[in-house]
Ligand binder design. Sequence first.
Ligand code: BES
Ligand code: MN
Ligand code: ZN
Length: 496
Amino acid sequence: MEFSTKVLPPEKDKTDCLVVGVYEGKKLSAAAKAVDDLTNKAITAVMRSGDINGKTGSSLMLRKLEGVLAQRVLLVGLGKQDETTLKAYREALSTAFKAIAATQSASASVHLTQASVAGMDGEDLLEHAVLIAEEISYKPPRPGMKTSKEEAATLTKVTFVPPAETDAKALARGLLRGVAIAHGQNLARDLGNLPPNICTPSYLAQTAKTLARSHKLKVTVLEEAQMRKLGMNTLLAVSQGSRQAPKFIVLEYNGGGKKKPIALVGKGITFDTGGISIKPSSEMDEMKYDMCGAASVLGTLQTVAELKLPLNVIGVIPTCENMPDGQATRPGDIVTSMSGQTVEILNTDAEGRLILCDALTYTERFKPDAVVDIATLTGACVVALGSVASGLFSNQDSLADELLEAGVKAHDRAWHMPIWDDYQPQLKTNFADMQNIGGRMAGAITAACFLARFAESYPWAHLDIAGTAWKGGSEKGATGRPVGLLTHFLIGRAAK
Ligand code: BES
Ligand code: MN
Ligand code: ZN
């Protein structure tokens, strides 16, 4: 899809589909008013008829209106006038792109970008418009099928009619940012959606190498023997029941000269059976998404490189499979992590924290300015926050605030949860420095408290994306979250 901005008065526009907003209470946007005037009040008539009420998400496709050159005019509800929220704006765009996709339109002129949304400037509005267009047109990879994912999309040319008083540079920046984030999200979605027999630790390593080549990043992949030498025994304890070789991927983007780097650490369990503490079989297929943290790190690095942000960013990805077999870790096994702290593994299904703790220790060598880990870590986080917000935990409140704000900007929100010391006793055991589970209560928090013990030497935050990284049911698919949040966090850091 090709995006551009252009001031296009409706009377001169020969587009296949002209998209204009309407409001509740039969009110018209400026663009809708212009079309109304050209068409002998056709829109006023339609609003009066009640066929569209202007509520967010409502829409009506009109064809061959007398008086305009456009093939179609799509009316889209923006809700109450004067209080368009970012959520409503995105919903309206989403409705629009779905309605366009249901027609044979190859081009569209979208006037919805002229809406006024609190807290958003013209640049931001364009970014979100591009992201929604890309989200609606996204198709998952179909390995083995003759028809490739690129087929079919009829809509190829989208013109956004720019919001008032936005200069050309800002418009270009908005499009560029939207496109770059969409690319990162699509990479994250593709990796998440691929089946677990294809998206293995080796596949992720290969993807990192390809990304490094195309975007001038430095890549290092540690093999099992090197991990053993480094003492990454909690990571290897997760991997040892699998026939797939574990990989430890390090990607480095250097755009910030001598600045201290920001590290993103992504959980890369390419399939989580639970191990010997095996999961129930219903919906177990969804544990192919247990590498979505890793996927979001790869996606974000691609976006950052495309945007050429003046920063140094390091992606750290511990990746392996969690399988049961004769060599698998047993509940009760005790291992020494790379940090030297010992862990009693009471539940082999609490494996994410075991690969992340060694990755957090490894990350110390970069002397990072901040470290953010991203992980589909706990079912408890899904119970707490559902699929709306990611869980956010941090040992530094100012870092947490930056991430919260980035989530609001990207509409990829997180919610701040506590990691007070008061929860630490839940990880006590008689036999090691800690156990890897904290009991029935506060599961998302005790998982974060476990990680905190390995992140004491730098400002650190943890995003539990178990509820937000993918959707289940009939809409099953990876969301590409939290690439948007992470990118905005890094954009904020670059501006500092
Ligand atoms: N990958 C899962 C977390 C998960 C579960 C994400 C369901 C999304 C949906 C993680 O490895 C896991 O199994 N966590 C356990 C931890 C428990 C054993 C302490 C969980 O949440 O049940
Ligand atoms: Mn698990
Ligand atoms: Zn897991």
